[in-house]
Design a protein around this ligand. Sequence first.
Ligand code: RB5
Length: 149
Amino acid sequence: MSANKRIALSSDHAAIELRQAIATHIAAQGWEPVDIGPTTPESTHYPAHGQAAAERVASGDCALGIILCGTGQGIMMAANKVKGIRCGVCSEPFSASMIRAHNNANMLSIGARVTGEGLALDIVDAFLGTSFEGGRHATRVDMITALES
Ligand code: RB5
């Protein structure tokens, strides 16, 4: 894993509590959560929060990102519009591990209205605990990157 231990975190209003639980959880493991909010429960717009976290990752300020909304889907779609971002929604740990190992995902999305806290933390652990395998998978990830230009 990268020497950069900074993890960008953001959500919309549907996932504030779970986002904060994830921040506490990963900080206890030595990661540095960069929690860019929001902190108040007013209804807000997930694309802006997905973009904000994605830009932290795409710029290299954060090594990885974890984003959340009600389903995890909308904020994932927004994050994936930022050049250099590969984000997947996961509702179980196997996929969270595989998007790192095979897809070199640099962001994880979770649906707070889909996934309970205990399972979400297991998903986060699987994501952060897995490295990209490279090899034949690098060829395929390079093909994804080529779609950006
Ligand atoms: C907000 O109500 C909800 O639409 C949002 O959190 C998310 O699920 C969208 O994908």
